[in-house]
Design a protein around this ligand. Structure first.
Ligand SMILES: Cc1cc2nc3c(=O)[nH]c(=O)nc-3n(C[C@H](O)[C@H](O)[C@H](O)COP(=O)(O)OP(=O)(O)OC[C@H]3O[C@@H](n4cnc5c(N)ncnc54)[C@H](O)[C@@H]3O)c2cc1C
Length: 568
């Protein structure tokens, strides 16, 4: 995405679509088959545990026996050693049955012990990974505090060095797996300045660690969510995770890698929504016909199919980037999280609508699914924060290049050769944006998808030109221009997901031929059309919009803390 903002398309990163090797596919398939057999046997249990608000300990024990805590632990430590794509596929399977189950397994593997995998030293890995693989230890990720949610750098939990130990004091809230975990990745301030935090491995048996009561939640009710408090907890110096003072980097890296787990869960949810909605639409008769025959019902189902395919392409692509060792995927991972979490919510909302009144009844699975998937837009980075992150990170190269241009203009006389190079490059880019001459194209796309590739190229060119224009207009003040930043982020989200969809469909055409991939080609046609309309609309609002009026109305309500009008 950073390159795209500069007008370049890094095709080699997204073509061919990253499928698992046949051998890995076989491993995942047999794991998923055995999980499905076990989970189908649970019957109505998940609904009961949602009402009760927790899993019984026997079920957690079964999760251990099925190896659900071993998924991402390397084989040498007794785990399954799944890569990102395989792990994401397993999360998809779990979420198809129950979101609380997926969140419990995911909080352990995606974030709870991910810091140990990414930053742990040999001694730490040897000490904890075998127990984390067997599920003897369940992991939790402890960052959020009452005063520090989205602004994680504002945490107050403190770790003070005392001899060879750290003394930890503070309280974390809303910690997934809090009530069942024994291994906590805890973030605490180790310096006086905000943001200077470090990460620590804390275990439950350390004196001073206490767990609060189970939270009564809207959704994912059976998953454990509690406070985790630390009162003068003596943490040995060897439990420092990563470098002292680099805890923020540890936290952000954990969350980046973890996003394919949440993405996989969202895909599982969408596939279930499609199954429920299609079955219901075929069975339910109104006006003497199955409701499946009505256009407005078909419209919902068609959109669900397109968004599920596109989400799977985006999440699969990010997992492929991670598995292939690409380092710079934070923006794309954030894009996949935002897109997946919004599509799964829309899918269940529409499935519930297709079910009509039945959808509202607790007896049916829709209302629980809708409650369950709502959290995806909030945790592991609220979508608003991620949109800001996506746009502001992706435009950094354009910002640096403009800075270089500005400083070159000042020094062009003293270093004309360097100055000439920088300015020529920049002028060339501007001409390309404006005229389309020398523009980057998608050359690896299948010829049948040429029109969709052209949509991508046209929108990408506008993205590069708009990024340049916005940065010249606002400079570093772009950080405070959230309406504009959001539009850029939405354009980037659409473009990345479109690129991954085109790549996926290209691979399908190549392996199955035009007729085998006919429906996927239709998906690409629909999605590209949607992207083109949304992106054009977002571009048109960059200069002409109601932003100031909307802010003024918000300020009006915020000042009075109420709606000001009435009709009587
Ligand atoms: C069920 C559940 C499980 C959780 N599990 C964990 C866990 O395991 N570990 C953990 O550490 N945390 C966990 N969390 C916490 C979760 O990560 C936070 O709730 C999330 O990061 C948002 O923080 P907040 O709730 O304080 O919202 P706030 O930060 O107060 O945000 C409120 C709203 O304001 C918006 N907002 C905030 N700042 C800005 C800004 N600068 N610009 C624009 N909009 C802004 C947000 O997007 C959001 O819509 C969990 C939360 C829940 C509900």
């Amino acid at each position: 995405m950073r390159s795209l903002c500069m007008g370049e398309i890094l095709e080699d990163l997204i073509f061919p679509f990253p499928y698992l090797s046949n051998e890995k596919k076989e491993t995942v398939r047999s794991l998923v088959n055995s999980l499905e057999a076990w989970l189908k046997d649970q019957g109505d249990n998940f609904r009961k545990w949602d009402v009760a608000g927790g899993f019984p300990s026997e079920f957690i024990e079964q999760m251990r026996q099925f190896g659900l805590f071993s998924l991402v632990v390397p084989e040498e430590f007794g785990g399954l050693g799944l890569g990102s794509a395989a792990y994401s596929r397993v999360m998809q399977c779990l979420a198809t049955f129950d979101a609380s189950l997926a969140v419990t397994a995911g909080a352990h593997s995606s974030i709870g012990m991910r810091g140990l995998l990414l930053f742990g030293n040999d001694d730490q890995r040897k000490r904890y990974l075998p127990n984390l693989a067997s599920g003897k230890m369940i992991a939790a990720f402890c960052l959020t505090e009452a005063g520090a949610g989205s602004d994680a750098s504002g945490i107050k939990t403190k770790a003070v060095k005392s001899g060879s130990d750290w003394i930890l004091n503070g309280e974390k809230i809303w910690i997934t797996n809090g009530g069942i975990a024994d291994f906590f990745t805890v973030f605490a301030r180790t310096e006086t300045q905000a943001g200077q935090m470090s990460a620590f491995i804390v275990t439950k048996e350390m004196p001073g660690v206490s767990i609060g009561p189970h939270e009564d939640k809207m959704g994912i009710r059976a998953s454990s969510t509690t406070t985790v408090s630390f009162e003068n907890v003596k943490v040995p110096a060897v439990n420092l995770l990563g470098e002292e003072g680099k805890g923020f980097k540890v936290a952000m890296n954990i969350l980046n890698v973890g996003r394919t787990g949440l993405g996989g869960g969202s895909i599982g949810g969408m596939k279930r929504a499609i199954e429920l909605a299609t079955k219901h639409a075929n069975q339910r008769q109104q006006f003497g016909r199955p409701i499946a025959e009505f256009g407005l019902v078909k419209q919902k189902i068609g959109h669900m199919v397109v968004e599920c395919y596109a989400t799977e392409a985006a999440v699969g692509m990010v997992a492929g980037l991670v598995d292939n060792g690409v380092k710079d995927y934070a923006v794309e991972a954030a894009i996949s999280k935002v897109f997946a979490s919004e599509c799964v919510f829309r899918a269940f909302d529409e499935a519930l609508q297709i079910a009509g009144g039945a959808g509202f009844m607790r007896e049916y699975p829709y209302e629980r699914a809708l409650r369950d998937c709502r959290i995806n837009r909030i945790f592991e980075g609220a979508n608003e924060i991620l949109r800001l992150f996506i746009a502001l990170t992706a435009i950094q190269d354009v910002g640096s290049s403009l800075k270089e241009v500005a400083s070159t203009l000042g020094t062009v006389l003293s270093d004309p050769i360097k100055g000439f190079g920088v300015l020529t490059q920049y002028a060339g880019r501007r001409v390309t944006h404006a005229t389309g001459i020398g523009v980057a194209t998608m050359t690896k796309v299948h010829p049948l998808l040429k029109p969709q590739a052209e949509i991508f190229e046209e929108c990408s060119r506008s993205l590069a030109a708009t990024t340049d224009r916005l940065l010249r207009k606002h400079g570093k003040n772009i950080i405070g221009k959230q309406f504009a930043t959001r539009r850029l982020a939405d354009i980037m989200i659409d473009l990345f997901v479109l690129a991954t969809t085109i790549s996926r469909v290209t691979s399908s055409i190549e392996s199955q031929g035009q007729s085998g991939a006919a429906k996927e080609i239709e998906i690409a046609q629909v999605f590209a059309g949607q992207v083109q309309r949304r992106v054009r609309s977002n571009f048109s609002k960059i200069d002409q919009n109601d932003d100031e009026l909307i802010k003024s109305l918000a300020d009006h309500a915020l000042t009075r803390e109420k709606f000001s009008w009435d009709t009587i």
